[in-house]
Ligand binder design. Structure first.
Ligand SMILES: *Cc1c(COP(=O)(O)O)cnc(C)c1O
Length: 222
């Protein structure tokens, strides 16, 4: 079933867009099934769960952290994490830099943009992002690589609103690229789209979609 779902999702993803299989709250056996079907990129949003799964599953998996990350927990994943999607403060970026250096690695990060019209979502507003990048402290961080932006659209059925939100992040990405990363080829990722809206996101410049439910089914939070 998982293999079938995975292939179905993959068949709807445009060439060049990467699929992050969001496996939070699903058991190791479910991830193994997706792995056996060829999936190598998995996204988790809780640190302890991520670390446990990383220890149990094959070592060629590329682990992405997609959730809200507390500064004091960076150390648990710094030795193996491939991409941290939701960096939402300078303090967090600084801590990732520090822990990456301790592990003699460079950790790829995305900056989370707050775009949805909901109070509960984390991330920089476009103006906060501009200010933060202008201040320039991040330029001293030699062990993090800012590879692009990430966002979550509003949780709504209004397709036009979702499309507008993704489009505004696409334009922000271009602006930030031109102004701060004009020659960095590694600044190229736009992590946008989940089960309910990835087909819209890929019409608006997404390079990476984060899909859970459509692959693994509903999550059991109990
Ligand atoms: C859980 C989660 C997803 C996946 O959501 P689905 O609707 O199950 O596809 C994607 N992105 C983030 C940040 C998440 O927390």
């Amino acid at each position: 079933m998982i293999a079938e779902n995975l292939h179905k999702v993959l068949s709807t993803i445009q060439p060049g867009i990467r699929l992050v299989a969001v496996s939070k709250f699903h058991p190791v056996s479910a991830l193994q099934e997706a792995y056996d079907a060829g999936q190598r990129v998995f996204g988790e949003s809780h640190v302890q769960e991520l670390v446990e799964k990383q220890q149990l599953l094959p070592k060629d998996i590329e682990w992405h952290f997609i959730g809200h990350l507390q500064t004091n927990k960076v150390k648990y994943m710094a030795s193996f994490i491939s991409l941290i999607h939701a960096v939402d403060t300078m303090k967090l970026l600084k801590e990732i830099d520090k822990q990456a250096e301790r592990n003699n690695r460079i950790i790829d990060c995305l900056l989370q943009i707050h775009i949805a019209k909901e109070e509960t979502k984390f991330g920089f507003t476009p103006d906060e992002l501009r200010t933060m990048l202008q201040e320039g402290e991040w330029k001293q961080f030699s062990h993090v690589r800012i590879c692009g932006l990430m966002c979550m659209a509003s949780n709504t059925d209004d397709v036009k609103q979702i499309a507008d939100e993704f489009e505004s992040v696409r334009m922000l990405f271009q602006e930030i690229k031109n102004e701060f990363f004009p020659t960095e080829e590694t600044f190229k990722e736009l992590s946008m789209g989940m089960s309910g809206d990835y087909e819209i996101a890929q019409q608006h410049g997404s390079t990476m979609v984060r899909v859970g439910t459509m692959i693994f089914g509903e999550r059991n939070y109990s």
